[in-house]
Design a protein around this ligand. Structure first.
Ligand code: 2AM
Ligand code: CA
Length: 261
């Protein structure tokens, strides 16, 4: 990976994260995207504009897929996948648990992932074949060997009020089998924290490409495993995610199979 891509992605993620943090306690205009649980604020769009502007200036031939504006094709065959504010519900409530995620995909494969948490000032960077770092320190997933001793995380789909497939049965099952299950509201941070060995496992039924593009590379480059709910390759276009340190992966898949059939 040319270091220009890495430098520009890091600069854009950090600038957007700092903007979000500086505005966290400002008054918010909240709008809803389809369901009353899918929030968006004006800060989602402002952070996205900043990131897309910088990437577009540096790499005008590349395509972009960003949470708020959708897809714009490029000529290079490469695509930047951007979540300008993951954890929008937290943000709208003034809870300092959110992050910025920027990934670069080429030939259908994510080669670079950058996640910035402006509240802890933590910068995660993964490059295919080169590992994952947190503030320049090399990361490795945890060595927890059993589900019983695992700290897990999950989240719930926006249509939780309407759909029967709302993750509540899975949540109940894991809650009595793992050490604990957390639900902090940022898929991007769960994946980064898993790469850092803070979490042992994570699952979620429906996510967007921008939620998982950078974080999934972080986990595999830190020695962990990321699959779909059946244990097959992750579909970045419609991600259902099981991520782990590898050692508890089969146990996670077995519980999901037991509950979902
Ligand atoms: P957001 O904050 O950018 O909206 C919560 O479980 C986490 O999953 C958040 O990262 C949220 O992203 C994301 N999320 C929840 N339901 C989703 C869905 N149906 N599609 C895409 N992302 C979703
Ligand atoms: Ca998101």
């Amino acid at each position: 990976m040319a270091s220009l891509e890495r430098r520009v992605a890091i600069g854009a993620a950090q600038a957007a994260g700092r903007l979000l943090r500086s505005e966290l306690h400002g008054s918010r205009r909240i709008a809803y995207k389809g369901t009353p649980t899918n929030l968006v604020t004006e800060m989602d769009a402002r952070a996205e504009e900043l990131i897309v502007g910088r990437l577009g200036d540096a790499f005008p031939e590349d395509g972009v897929l960003a949470e708020e504006r959708g897809a714009a094709a490029g000529r290079s065959g490469r695509r930047w996948i951007i979540d300008p504010l993951d954890g929008t519900t937290n943000y709208a409530h003034g809870v300092p648990i959110f992050a910025v995620s920027v990934a670069l995909e080429a030939a259908g494969r994510v080669d670079l992932g950058v996640v910035f948490d402006p509240n802890l000032d933590e910068l995660y960077v993964a490059e295919r074949g080169c590992g994952t770092t947190l503030n320049d320190r090399r990361l490795a997933v945890s060595s927890t060997a059993t589900l019983d001793a695992s700290l897990l995380a999950t989240g719930f789909p926006y249509d939780i009020r309407e759909t029967a497939d709302n993750n509540l049965r899975e949540y109940a099952a894991f809650s009595v089998r793992a050490r604990a299950v957390r639900r902090m509201g940022s898929a991007v941070l769960y994946l980064a924290w898993l790469a850092a060995g803070r979490l042992d496992g994570y699952w979620e039924l429906r996510l967007g490409p921008w939620d998982v593009a950078a974080g999934s590379l972080m986990i595999t480059e830190a020695g962990g495993q990321v699959t779909d709910l059946a244990g097959d390759a992750l579909d970045l276009d419609a991600p259902a995610v099981v991520a782990s340190n590898g050692r508890i992966h089969a146990a996670l898949l077995a519980v999901l199979k037991e509950i979902r059939g």
